[in-house]
Design a protein around this ligand. Structure first.
Ligand SMILES: [Zn+2]
Length: 199
């Protein structure tokens, strides 16, 4: 699993393509939705391990992604941050942001426990056929070590490039130099994936 920071940056990048008047709030909502699945690290410490509430279990399922996206979209409508007619479009962006989390986790290396994409209907845990992303340690102390530094630089190359690239590409001012920077970042991200896949 990538760090929650990387998940949030990807969530922001996805929402940046939306054109809602309150786009800043939509981006913030997407950041939260992309981060929520890892709240299971807290839940598992309360419920115990070995259940579907364990890490990468039901909180990483497509069902929970759709439910959280649905509730967030309802909140946006009730707060009048969007027009009522825009709720389905908003929900689509929110679902993409929320689902991006378990999908990216599926590309993590060294996962002993897969992801319960279809929980609670089907209890299997899945790992993708390729796993070029490094596995982030759960403890914050590990993130501040040499391993953490290597992890963040790898995630910056493989994920932040796309997230920040999307944010620059969709900037409302739309200057050419932001577009060019976004393209350079996107190309750097693709290159980082190609290199990682060849290791
Ligand atoms: Zn996760």
């Amino acid at each position: 699993m990538p760090t929650v920071i990387s998940h949030s940056i990807i969530g922001a990048g996805i929402a940046s393509f939306s054109r809602f008047p309150n786009r800043g709030k939509v981006i913030l909502g997407s950041i939260l939705l992309a981060a929520i699945p890892d709240s299971d690290t807290i839940i598992m410490s309360l419920v115990g391990r070995g259940t579907m509430f364990d890490h990468r279990g039901i909180m990483h399922s497509i069902l929970v992604a759709c439910l959280t996206a649905f509730l967030a979209a309802l909140l946006f409508r009730s707060k009048k941050w969007i027009e009522p007619s825009e709720i389905w479009k908003l929900m689509a962006f929110f679902i993409l942001a929320a689902v991006s989390h378990p999908l990216l986790d599926g590309f993590s290396t060294g996962m002993r426990i897969g992801i319960g994409f279809f929980m609670p209907f089907e209890m299997s845990r899945y790992i993708f056929w390729i796993s070029p992303l490094p596995l982030a340690p759960l403890g914050p102390a590990h993130l501040l070590s040499q391993r953490g530094l290597t992890l963040f630089s790898t995630e910056a190359a493989m994920l932040w490039t796309f997230g920040f690239g999307a944010l620059l590409w969709t900037k409302r001012s739309g200057e050419l130099y932001w577009k060019i920077t976004a393209i350079v970042l996107g190309c750097a991200g693709v290159l980082a994936w190609v290199i990682a896949l060849q290791r």
